[in-house]
Design a protein around this ligand. Sequence first.
Ligand code: CA
Length: 404
Amino acid sequence: MNIPKDSDFSIHNLPFGVFSTSGTSPRVGVAIGDSIIDLAALVHKGLLDVPVEALEQPFLNNFIALGKSVTNGVRKSLQAMLTDEKAALKNLEAVFIKQADAIMHLPVDVRDYTDFYSSIEHATNVGKMFRDPENALLPNWKHLPVGYHGRASSIIVSGVDIHRPKGQTIPKDAKQPIFQASARVDFELETAFIVGKASQLGDSVSTKEAEDYIFGMVLFNDWSARDIQKWEYVPLGPFLGKSFASSISAWVVPLEALEPFRVAGPTQEPAVLPYLKYEGKKNYDIHLEVGIQPEGGAEHTVSRSNFKYMYWNMVQQLTHHTVNGCNVNVGDMMGSGTISGKTEDSYGSMLEIAWAGTKPVAMPDGSTRVFLKDGDTVIMRGYAEKDGVRVGFGEVRTKVLPAR
Ligand code: CA
């Protein structure tokens, strides 16, 4: 099989998703190059030994719930079949579907979604803008991965458009709020991990065990209406300024595919409490970027960041999440929090890039942006690359339509 060197979907990746074609039901597929491998079709041909009921499903949940021994077994079988020139797969064109001919669906039935706030650069920037430039981080920030419980019903897959949300905002120096379409619609560049194994109510998952519970990762655009958020968030945190939509990429990259890209995280000082200590490299070197494409115009890259900057890693997030005995389920989604780097060109939201509206971004068509305009499409991409091995996420693409 000929896969271009710059393809996100190399043989080292093999991410899982849910697709359909005209007149067929959604089912589990694996991306390879510009194609999709229809796993249920492989089972029906006797080339893969997996319960087909878990594959002929509108979500990955049942497949993921089979456990890593099965899902990794599928990866290994596919890798063997795709590299063996004599393998039966080579002559089985029926199991390959062109991605261009497929419709991608929301891959996971997310029951619970948590969003963290784990980038020290992002938390510092927001703290400087909204609170105290001298003490930007709140006292708890370096002691625990701050998070909140988000809304799962409005999680959408790449390609689904959103409408500008309406809500309460308070004009500068006004005493009373007004009701209007948000004037400050923003993206947040994030990744999210999908839980692959349930824990029991009352149990805690240790940092040693946590990776067993992480199935894989997606790109994640955590949409935010900054004006609604600013008025509503005290004292209980994000609500309608966040819950109108959250976009994820269609392909879930298994944690195992990211193995070659592990890197050490930043030093955590002061030292964390013993339950949050971990061993080994728990960050990943994943390039991330954000483009804005105005209606009818050219895409312009507004940020280049990296997942490796995260102060709190996924293992610590999951451990903290369960330390009180709160159980997690297969298909739960945990957002990283906005991933900003140290430099202005690596900030992960328009709030930071345009510094609360004070530094407009020039677009190729001569217009400027401080937040998003109607008709803007936001495109996020992510990939890891090392020693000729490339593992990518594809993209998450969402257009902002006028309020309705
Ligand atoms: Ca967020």
